[in-house]
Design a binder for this molecule. Sequence first.
Ligand code: PLP
Length: 261
Amino acid sequence: MDTAPQIPVVLCLSGHDPTGGAGLQADVEAVAAQGAHALGVITALTVQDTVDVRRVVPVAVAQMAEQLDVLLADCRIDAIKIGLVGDAAQVALIRTAIERCAVPAVLDPVLRAGGGSRLAGDATTQALLDELLPRVTVATPNAAEARRLAPGHSDLDACAAELLSRGCRNLLVTGGDEPTADVVNSWHRPGAAPQRFVWPRRPGGFHGAGCTLAAALAARLAHGEALARALRHAQAYVQASLDHPLRIGRGRAIPRRSGHA
Ligand code: PLP
């Protein structure tokens, strides 16, 4: 008899960050910490350190397509997490994967690294807006990403309203990159007032906090949690991972994604 336990499975489409602070490694660690298993399809290789990203090298769409076909034929998938998209050509494939799986999907629209470098060009950003944003369960832009996705507004609630009007079902706009004393994250959905989550700001910037949040959220949804509960749990997990950060280079510290409560 097969007694191997089944745990929720999260399909992660993410870039590879060789520091291990962000990207697929962040996803694997954050998903595992929620008691789920990550499948990893790499969208891009990067050259980066803990200070900034130097280069993004997209993976060929045909190779990703082959990997997805094989995984989708073999594995039960309970949620999808989308991080860095390598180029605009990958977007149609990712859209098809969301439609084929028909499970909760979390989009972290990775547009710019914390160190300041652009990670997505205008064509990719437009494709994310048109093709992915209306098809995911929730998107988790930080403040700078929300403003880039909805240019013309500097007020974050106005950005969120525009993104909802473009068909996005739920947005968690994170405020770690805002100059506020506390970190304020806002959950926006149509027909409801924004819900604020206020977290004490930990000193210093972090590398990989956004990936950690989106991956933990996808894992919570993979467990079957309702979105409101999953949002609370994933943010509390990120906060705990920032309480005892790891310093692995001369740039920003990275979240400690395991070994805490
Ligand atoms: N590299 C990859 C592959 C990422 O996915 C991300 C963010 O999601 C980054 C770098 C940048 O991370 P951060 O802005 O936290 O430094």
